[in-house]
Design a protein around this ligand. Structure first.
Ligand code: NAD
Ligand SMILES: O=C(O)C(=O)C[C@@H](O)[C@H](O)[C@H](O)COP(=O)(O)O
Ligand code: ZN
Length: 359
């Protein structure tokens, strides 16, 4: 088993092991003091894994109930959080009880947010079931929901007590969801780890075969990087902004396209645009756009912005980015693959040119 410690206050562990799913009840009992368990999940994951987890917990003497909602980004709203909170109150869940986030990033973000505000805060653990959630969203405690005005606009920093990562659950995940998750791994490669970028370039399409060693490498390396960054800067005062590479434009695309495009694909397009901008602004010391375009092309990502989307439509969302202070946006750019830099107040003209060239 691989164990990674996230050194926040308090710190917590990420446990990565095939079939660790079957050991959750025993590990929870051995590690934490709690009463009942609420398994929060979506309707798809409930059928695939929720009933199984509930049975495992109940069999080992832990009282567990499942609460689920329809899958997808459309559920990441304050209404879902309120409806879950009301169900927990009706079922008399108290401050000693534990929430389990069982699912992808949508479930994780909603459950973390709920845990941070329910009765002013209860413990929760993450059991991520998509590649994206295993390499990114289950770690680091960014929780929240979307507003009609944009993505993740309300939320909290609230760390889980533990993260259980079982690569075996990815077997039921469709190929497009693997591609969705790989975008965040490519992001880590771009900003901090050229070696990870090269590994993905060399493997290409083979990664969709979900070879256990490849998965272990991708998940472990990703969680190591995320744990390192979050341990240094939990609340995104500085370094953590680096994890937003591709997201300034990616989030704008998701919002403008009303979430018809998955997060990872929006981030991939956002990374392409931000890599192009790195070259246009003279920040890139080596080519960054073409190696990124090649890796994404080999993994069948869309490489251009929808032609019906004007650069102005994307641009209008940038002012709501959480990295805007006193009207100035800080954007994450690349010096080369594996080395990021922060750039303050990029000129609007250059952003528009970049977006136009990507249509
Ligand atoms: N908090 C963070 O740090 C962070 C980081 C990255 C992304 N996010 C957020 O994560 C969300 C995206 O997460 P996601 O890509 O996991 O999407 P998701 O949670 O919507 O899951 C994608 C789909 O996969 C299904 N699914 C989940 N596990 C499955 C399995 N094992 N087998 C078959 N189907 C399965 C789900 O039902 C859903 O339909 C976005 O809202 C994004 O903003 C948060
Ligand atoms: O953990 C972080 O920090 C990230 O930025 C990870 C991102 O991949 C993730 O999409 C996150 O939810 C973006 O957060 P936001 O603060 O830009 O809304
Ligand atoms: Zn992301």
């Amino acid at each position: 088993m691989s164990v990674i410690t996230v050194k926040t206050k308090p710190s917590y562990q990420i446990l990565i092991k095939p079939h660790i799913f079957d050991e959750i009840a025993e590990d929870l009992k051995a590690s934490f003091n709690f009463g009942k368990v609420a398994i929060i999940t979506d309707d798809t994951v409930k059928t695939l894994y929720g009933e199984k987890l509930s049975l495992q917990l109940n069999t080992s003497g832990i009282k567990a109930e499942i609460f689920s909602f329809p899958p997808g980004e459309g559920s990441k709203t304050i209404d879902t959080v309120i409806s879950l909170a009301r169900s927990l109150i009706q079922k008399r869940f108290d401050r000693k009880d534990l929430l389990i986030a069982l699912g992808g990033g949508v479930v994780g973000d909603i459950t973390g947010f709920l845990a941070s505000i329910y009765l002013r805060g209860v413990k929760y653990v993450q059991v991520p079931t998509t590649l994206l959630s295993q390499v990114d969203s289950s770690v680091g405690g960014k929780t929240g929901v979307d507003l009609p005005e944009g993505k993740n606009l309300i939320g909290t920093f609230y760390q889980p007590s533990r993260v259980y990562i079982d690569p075996m659950v990815l077997k039921t995940l469709p190929k497009n969801e693997i591609q969705n998750g790989l975008a965040e791994v490519i992001k880590y490669g771009c900003i901090l780890k050229n070696k990870l970028f090269t590994f993905i370039s060399q493997k290409g399409e083979e990664l969709f075969q979900l070879n256990p060693e490849d998965l272990q490498y991708l998940i472990y390396e990703s969680c190591k990087i995320k744990a390192y960054v979050v341990s240094k800067d939990e609340k995104e005062a500085g370094l953590r902004k680096v994890l937003n590479f591709g997201h300034t434009i990616g989030h704008a695309l998701e919002t403008e396209l009303n979430y018809s495009i998955p997060h990872g694909l929006a981030v991939a397009l956002g990374m392409l645009a931000e890599a192009k901008l790195s070259e246009k602004l003279g920040v890139a010391e080596k080519e960054v756009f073409s190696p990124l375009k090649n890796i994404l092309a080999n993994l069948s990502y869309p490489l251009s912005l929808p032609s019906n989307l004007s650069p102005q439509q994307v641009l209008k969302h940038l002012s709501k980015d959480k990295k805007v202070f006193q009207g100035k946006l800080t954007i994450v750019l690349l010096k080369r693959i594996g080395k990021y830099c922060f750039y303050e107040d990029p000129p609007t003209k250059k952003i528009l040119e970049t977006l136009e060239e990507l249509r």
